[in-house]
Ligand binder design. Structure first.
Ligand code: P6P
Length: 336
């Protein structure tokens, strides 16, 4: 009698796009108003467009520096401005977004008051790690979503200066060997990959968990002599403990590797950046929410990153994030 295989359970194993996944999540939450899918679909559209620009950068001759600096005096890459404009064009059209905050713009953009439907602020780094694009190294878009209260337009920046624990959603899109969309809405972490043949982000992993431990650290060791002693003691311990070092110099790529393989990513205080280099509101906070939702930890030299009450929109922070056991190893040397 030929062995008959049991019928495939198609209710379990089906093709889910980012859109259908978000709608399914919304159906699971009756109180959801469809706001999220509307915002996330705009971010998906923007990042698909940016992915195409990044992939064609050398062909379209948009590599390299623009020859101008952003509001922080940092040299702007041509693609920084292109990505920033794409995101604003896609998000600005979504009627429930009240405020946009970009690393490339000093002031927040108030699109709508609460009375006009502006319920959310979207904060983003349009193209993090863009100086690596000329060498085809992974770069990414990082975003954070905060809910806005009535009267936000009158309060201006103060309406947005919430601690990271107030984020309602966060994520990043890594433009690497594949285009990967990693998202959390506070109910675990889901990962999607852009399937160019159908033009959609398809779900490849839901409820992603970071490994508890992995003897890998990710830090710019060229700055070692500038680090406070505790970090140098940690590095000595890691070297004596046969740790591996992996550092790409693009936060999205370094954190994505840490999320999938485990380990710890650190950007300690340096002479150039005594409070850390990475931006709290649209780099450290969204990445910390992702790492914590995946079972990891994210701290700074002031405790949990998501508990930091921001003083200004573009403030920087020290970050130490990754596997819980690896963050604990670093913490031990900082506390000693
Ligand atoms: P360093 C890229 O410029 C960036 O903002 C992050 O993506 C990255 O983690 C960090 O700076 C790298 O900084 O000083 O090591 O080159």
């Amino acid at each position: 009698m030929p062995q008959t295989t049991p019928p495939h359970d198609w209710t379990e194993d089906n093709l889910q796009s980012l859109q259908s996944h978000i709608l399914a999540e919304e159906q699971a939450h009756p109180e959801a108003t469809g706001d999220f899918s509307w915002i996330l679909s705009a971010i998906a559209l923007a990042t698909k467009t940016i992915a195409n620009k990044v992939r064609r950068a050398r062909i379209d001759d948009v590599l390299g520096e623009l020859g101008e600096t952003n509001t922080h005096g940092e040299s702007q890459q041509k693609l920084d401005v292109i990505a920033n404009d794409i995101i604003k064009a896609c998000l600005g059209a979504r009627a429930n977004i009240g405020v946009l905050v970009s690393e490339e713009d000093e002031e927040p953009m108030v699109l709508r008051t609460h009375a006009e439907g502006g319920r959310y602020a979207v904060l983003f780094d349009p193209l993090d790690g863009s100086s690596n694009i000329d060498f085809s190294v992974g770069v990414g878009t990082i975003f954070s979503i905060l809910r806005l209260e009535d009267g936000h337009a009158a309060k201006g920046v103060d309406a947005i200066l919430h601690d990271g624990a107030q984020q309602v959603a966060a994520g990043y899109v890594l433009f690497g060997s594949s285009t990967v969309f990693v998202l959390t809405t506070g109910n675990g972490v889901d990962m999607f990959v852009l399937d160019q043949s159908i033009g959609a982000f398809v779900l490849v992993k839901s409820k992603l968990r970071i490994p508890e431990a992995n003897s890998t650290y990710s830090i710019n060791e060229a700055n070692t002599k500038q680090f406070p002693q505790g970090y140098r003691n940690y590095l000595d311990w890691a070297h004596d403990s046969n740790y591996t070092s992996r550092y790409i110099g693009s936060m999205v790529a370094d954190v994505h590797r840490t999320l999938l393989k485990g380990g710890v990513f650190l950007y300690p205080p340096t002479d150039a950046h005594p409070k850390g280099k990475l931006r709290l509101m649209y780099e450290a906070n969204p990445m910390s929410m992702i790492i914590e939702e995946a079972g990891g930890r994210a701290i700074s030299d002031r405790g949990r990153v998501l508990d930091i009450k921001p003083d200004s929109l573009h403030q920087r922070s020290v970050v130490i994030m990754g596997s819980p056991e690896e963050v604990a190893h670093v913490e031990r040397f900082l506390d000693s």
